[in-house]
Unconditional design. Structure first.
Lengths: 244, 245
């Protein structure tokens, strides 16, 4: 459950959504793509209500677990999703190259490694060049070289005008984002650039900044840091605008 | 709804089956093997085989298609591909019709194989026209597919989906008139059997067995079965939710 969340994600940015496991990152991302049941609040994406039909070809979504058909080849997976999106016939080859899987295009997904599967899932979200990419922990479990390659790709996409909303529970990825959202127990602790966040908290790394903010939040409002009080909250108001 | 997306979905489901030749072989071989078994179980009583051969020619494919379809759809739900598809410009009907088309094609091949075997090699004698026997067998396979698509929405795991076979199909098998004439059942059970689709599948087959020509009642039974196929597909689309908790 999310509480009092009011966020704007600027277009063409790489916005990182950080926070510990279970803090509501996935819930927020699912609200943005429009597959989450919402009790209260509004979510606006690219000027339209989240999940509305005009958005479905303009938003790419990568779930935490790779969501592709493991019994099909990489090319068969991408051809199907491209058909659904109405993407050009050349798009599967383009995105396969972007994620560095050209050599594995004909391989069945079940024979690929975990990291390769995650990249097939990412490739599927890149089909049709969506304006907003919502990525739920896209780099989890990947080796450092691959993670660096993917972050380079994310910035290339952002430079070309794509908006990226990327979640992670690894704080060292924060520094690679242009903007940061720090979450804890369904609440937003911070919404700023990494440098501004470090300056405001007087810390040198994001992990320290996060801990600092948690302590501050607890001091300012004891109920906010008390999990039982959070669970008891009956209603929530959330307003989220992605790529306004 | 879009024809392109429906056909793309059907093509994808068939590609998945092609990657799994063992499942495909089981789909085609199992109903035939069961019918051969049935023939030789009643080796000394060929009249019994003639009497129940046609109904079972409809029931075996229905059960097999039900199982395969419900597990295939459930897999789509549990692997996250359904959630991905529902964020894409795919109508819910495109997905269900794509599945129905792909498994309908399998049902067609299956019905053709079982029908050819039963009429040809096993020498089943029926009074009615044999082409209608084929049409009813195909409709029964489609019914299994449509019920599987619909009911898989209520299963969270493969274990549950498999349990739906004894929970939903076996009671229908008991009440469909194969074991005891439906008219001889208690009023309540008779009433229940009147609303179960398998009863109409078996009624149609039983009439084909004993009546020559194309009786209107058989066509009526057949249209009830086809109506149930459409109803189950419609309910399947209605229970598919883009937003989940």
């Amino acid at each position: 459950m999310l509480h009092d969340l009011d966020v704007d994600v600027p277009r063409g940015s790489v916005t990182g959504l950080l926070g510990p496991s279970g803090c509501g990152k996935t819930t927020l991302l699912r609200s943005v793509v429009g597959v989450q049941k919402i009790a209260a609040g509004t979510v606006t994406v690219l000027g339209e209500p989240a999940g509305s039909s005009p958005l479905r070809a303009r938003v790419g979504y990568v779930t935490q677990a790779p969501s592709v058909y493991t019994d099909l080849s990489v090319a068969e997976n991408l051809r199907y999703f491209a058909d659904i999106l109405g993407a050009p016939r050349t798009d599967p080859a383009r995105v396969t190259e972007l994620v560095g899987l050209t050599g594995q295009a004909e391989a069945t997904v079940s024979r690929l490694s975990g990291g390769q599967r995650a990249r097939v899932s990412l490739a599927a979200a890149l089909l049709g060049a969506p304006e907003l990419l919502v990525l739920d922990e896209p780099t989890v479990g990947l080796d450092p070289v691959l993670r660096q390659d993917l972050w380079r790709l994310f910035h290339q996409l952002a430079d070309a005008g794509t908006t990226l909303l990327v979640s992670s529970h690894v704080m060292d990825e924060a520094i690679r984002c242009t903007r940061l959202l720090l979450m804890r127990e369904g609440r937003l602790l911070a919404n700023d650039t990494p440098t501004a966040l470090l300056a405001a908290t007087g810390t040198t790394d994001i992990e320290a900044a996060f801990l600092n903010l948690v302590t501050d939040a607890a001091a300012a409002d004891p109920s906010a840091a008390d999990p039982s009080a959070t669970d008891a909250a009956a209603s929530d108001t959330a307003r989220t605008e992605a790529a306004r | 709804m879009s024809l392109r997306r429906t056909l793309a979905t059907a093509r994808r489901v068939l590609a998945q089956l092609r990657h799994d030749p063992r499942t495909l072989a089981l789909l085609l071989v199992v109903p035939c093997a069961l019918l051969i078994l049935l023939k030789y179980v009643f080796d000394g009583e060929p009249l019994v085989f003639d009497q129940i051969g046609a109904p079972l020619l409809g029931i075996f494919p229905m059960i097999v298609m039900f199982l395969v379809t419900s597990v295939a759809t459930l897999r789509e739900r549990t692997t996250g591909t359904l959630e991905r598809l529902l964020t894409m410009p795919l109508a819910k009907a495109d997905l269900l019709l794509g599945y129905a088309l792909a498994f309908g094609l399998v049902a067609l091949v299956q019905a053709a194989a079982a029908f050819g075997l039963t009429i040809g090699l096993l020498g089943l004698h029926i009074a009615g026209p044999s082409w209608l026997l084929f049409v009813v067998a195909l409709a029964d396979g489609l019914l299994g597919t449509a019920l599987g698509l619909f009911l898989s929405a209520f299963a969270a795991t493969e274990f549950q989906a498999v349990q739906f076979l004894p929970a939903f199909l076996l009671p229908q098998l008991l009440l469909c008139g194969l074991f005891a004439p439906r008219a001889s059942m208690g009023a309540v059970l008779h009433g229940v059997s009147d609303v179960l689709p398998m009863s109409y599948a078996v009624d149609a087959m039983a009439r084909l067995t004993s009546h020559s020509g194309v009786p209107g009642a058989t066509l009526l039974d057949l249209s009830v079965v086809v109506g149930c196929v459409l109803l189950a597909l419609g309910l399947g689309a209605a229970t598919l939710r883009r937003r989940t908790a």
